[in-house]
Design a protein around this ligand. Structure first.
Ligand code: MTE
Length: 316
C-alpha cells in the first residue's frame, strides 16, 4: 500500500512542519519579517496569503511528497473563475474574500450567520497532507490547513432530522466572472451524507502550505473529502444546511450518468468516457508512467465501513 496514515502516537511534536520547507524562500523571509513586526493575524489581513502560525501537524497525513506549491496554485478547477486550468489563478487575483460569513440553517438547534473568525479559531488549526484525486484522472498531494468538519457541525447542534449536509458556494457574478456564463447552474452546490460529514477525514480547509487559502483554491473556506473525487470539495462556502433528504449536487445535476452523489474514488468503476484505473500526478514529467488509482484514494481502511453493503457500481 502506498499510503500510510500515521497514528497519533507516531507523530513527534518536533514534526511541526518547518514553514521554510513549504514556502518559497522569498515568501518565507517576507512572512517572517511581517510576523516579527506583529502585523500578521489569521483571517485578519486584507491580503490573501497571510501566514497561519502555530499550526500543528495532524496524524491524518500521508507519507508522500507534497505537489510543489506552483502547481497547486496554477492548475485549478474553479469554474466561477473560468473553465481553463490556468483561469482561476489569473481571474481570481482581485477577489477579496474578507469579510466572510457562513449561513447555517436547517436541522440544527443553533442556526445563524457565523463570521469566519467565529467559526474557526486559529488555535484549532492543523495541517494534513492529503491526496486529491480529480475525476479527470489527475492527482496532487496537498498540505491543507483546517479543522475537522465534525467539530464545526457539532457546534450547531444537529437535530435527529439531520441526515445530509448541503454546502453552497458564493453566488456573486460581479466578483466571480465565470458565473456570468451558464456553464453550470449557479451557485455551485455539494452535499455529504451525515456520517460522511462526521468522518474524521472530512475537513474544512482555510489554508494550504502554511498560509491562508489562495483565492484560486477556494478562499477563504472550502471542504476537503480526500476519499472522494475532487469535485465534492466545494470551494468558497457561504452556506451549510443540514437536511433530512438527499440534496441535489452540481455535477450530478449537470450529468447524472457521469457523476454520482457519492463520487467515491473507485478504480473499478469507470467514468462512461474514460477509465479511472490510473492517474497522472501533476508535477511529474509528461513521460512519467501513470500511477495506479487506489480504492477510496488510498483511504480504504478508514472509510470503507461507511459504504458496507452498498453496491458501489450503482451508488457511484
Ligand atoms: N468548487 C467550486 N465552487 N467550483 C468549482 O468549479 N471544482 C471542483 C472542486 N471544488 C470546483 C469546486 C473540482 S472539479 C476540483 S478537482 C477541486 O475543486 C479542485 O481543487 P483545487 O483547484 O484546489 O485543486
Amino acid at each position: 500500500m502506498l499510503i500510510k496514515i500515521r497514528k497519533p502516537s507516531d507523530v513527534r511534536s518536533s514534526e511541526i512542519t518547518p514553514k521554510e520547507v513549504f514556502l518559497g524562500r522569498r515568501r518565507f523571509i517576507q512572512g517572517a519579517g511581517l510576523a516579527a513586526a506583529g502585523v500578521l493575524f489569521p483571517f485578519g489581513s486584507a491580503d490573501a496569503g497571510a501566514a497561519l502560525p502555530g499550526v500543528v501537524k495532524s496524524p491524518y497525513t500521508v507519507d508522500q511528497e507534497p505537489t510543489p506549491l506552483e502547481f497547486v496554485t496554477t492548475y485549478n478547477n474553479f469554474y466561477e473563475f473560468g473553465t481553463g486550468k490556468d483561469d482561476p489563478a489569473k481571474n481570481a487575483r482581485k477577489f477579496n474574500p474578507k469579510p466572510w460569513s457562513v449561513a447555517v440553517s436547517g436541522e440544527v438547534s443553533k442556526p445563524g450567520v457565523y463570521a469566519l473568525e467565529d467559526l474557526i479559531k486559529p488555535h484549532q488549526l492543523e495541517e494534513r497532507v492529503y491526496r486529491l484525486r480529480c475525476v479527470e484522472a489527475w492527482s496532487m498531494v496537498v498540505p491543507w490547513v483546517g479543522i475537522p468538519l465534525a467539530d464545526v457541525l457539532k457546534r450547531f447542534e444537529p437535530t435527529p432530522g439531520a441526515k445530509f449536509v448541503a454546502f453552497e458556494t458564493l453566488f456573486d457574478p460581479e466578483r466571480m466572472p465565470g458565473q456570468r456564463r451558464p456553464v453550470l447552474k449557479w451557485p455551485y452546490i455539494e452535499a455529504l451524507r451525515m456520517d460522511e460529514a462526521m468522518h474524521p477525514l472530512a475537513i474544512l480547509a482555510v489554508g494550504l502550505y502554511g498560509e491562508e487559502l489562495p483565492n484560486q483554491n477556494g478562499a477563504p473556506i472550502r471542504l476537503i473529502t480526500p476519499w472522494k473525487y475532487g469535485f465534492k470539495s466545494i470551494k468558497s462556502i457561504v452556506s451549510i444546511r443540514l437536511m433530512e433528504t438527499m440534496p441535489p449536487t452540481t455535477w450530478n445535476r449537470s450529468g447524472p450518468g457521469e457523476y454520482g452523489f457519492y463520487a467515491n474514488v473507485n478504480p473499478n468503476v469507470d467514468h462512461p468516457r474514460w477509465s479511472q484505473k490510473k492517474e497522472r500526478r501533476i508535477g511529474d514529467s509528461y513521460f512519467a508512467p501513470k500511477k495506479k488509482t487506489l480504492m477510496f484514494n488510498g483511504y480504504e481502511d478508514e472509510v470503507a465501513g461507511l459504504y458496507a453493503g452498498m453496491d458501489l457500481k450503482k451508488f457511484f
